[in-house]
Design a protein around this ligand. Structure first.
Ligand code: AMP
Length: 247
């Protein structure tokens, strides 16, 4: 049975690093909706043209388009026996409801939701001082403040242009506004877990792996019970998002 994972976390929480590691170590396919849209823009597809106009304003692409993209990807056969890690999706409650329906349709393991949390002031501090490599774009290790060159390619580290304090505060507020309804949507579930991201990366990784194993076991057990009761394999949520019983 696969593991289906969503990782939530504000900019600066270290989500990107942890998501990459978890996907690698657990053999999950990492699917980033931002990457899919950026590729569509490059390929000049109709979705790319739509995304270009929306993304340049900093707004969200509409739910219908995003759900269609994710639905198509998650139901492809290469994922029949593999889990996935979604990065950047869902961003709204209708997207989360649609994802629940897709998970039921896939019938390949439960959904685990991890929320990496870091206090606001700590995020502002981290992001305002965030440096990236001017050659390869890799984020500098925020704990390696002494380093002058990129650990990956040796290029020069520079402060990010969009990381001035005001911009950082605004980005974090937008994130909070967007994410709050999603946290409310997921937090009552047995497979929802919070990880303290205000720690050294190794400790965050350790905590994350611990809660992930626990949530995956709880989710697998619930999935098994429902399979035995004949309740999986069909939408557990109805089209209006209310809880329904699988047929
Ligand atoms: P990201 O790389 O995840 O920060 O996404 C970059 C941009 O792509 C966002 O600012 C949105 O405009 C768009 N985008 C990515 N994922 C979604 C989503 N799930 N729903 C709506 N828009 C999205």
């Amino acid at each position: 049975m696969g593991l289906n994972l969503i990782m939530m976390g504000p900019p600066g929480a270290g989500k990107g690093t942890q998501a990459g590691r978890v996907a690698r170590e657990r053999g999950l396919l990492k699917i980033s909706t931002g990457d899919i849209l950026r590729q569509a823009i490059k390929d000049q597809t109709p979705v790319g043209q739509l995304a270009l106009s929306v993304m340049s304003t900093g707004e969200l692409v509409d739910d219908e388009t995003m759900i269609a993209i994710v639905r198509e990807r998650l139901l492809q056969h290469d994922l029949d026996h593999q889990g996935f890690l979604l990065d950047g999706f869902p961003r709204t409650v209708p997207q989360a409801q649609a994802l629940d329906r897709i998970i039921e349709e896939r019938d390949n393991g439960p959904l685990v939701v991890i929320d990496i949390r870091v206090p606001f002031q700590e995020l502002v501090r981290r992001l305002s001082g965030r440096r990236i490599c001017s050659s390869c774009g890799t984020n500098a290790d925020p704990f390696g403040s002494e380093a002058r060159s990129c650990g990956k390619c040796g290029g020069e580290l520079a402060y990010r242009a969009d990381d001035s304090r005001d911009v950082v505060v605004e980005r974090l507020k937008v994130y909070e506004r967007q994410t709050f309804p999603l946290v409310e949507y997921y937090q009552g579930r047995q497979t929802f877990r919070v990880v303290n991201g205000a720690q050294a990366p190794d400790q965050v990784a350790f905590d994350l792996d611990t809660v992930l194993d626990d949530a995956a076991a709880v989710g697998a057990e619930a999935h098994r019970s429902r399979s035995e009761a004949g309740e999986t394999g069909a939408p557990a949520t109805t089209m209006d998002g209310t809880q329904g019983k699988g047929a």
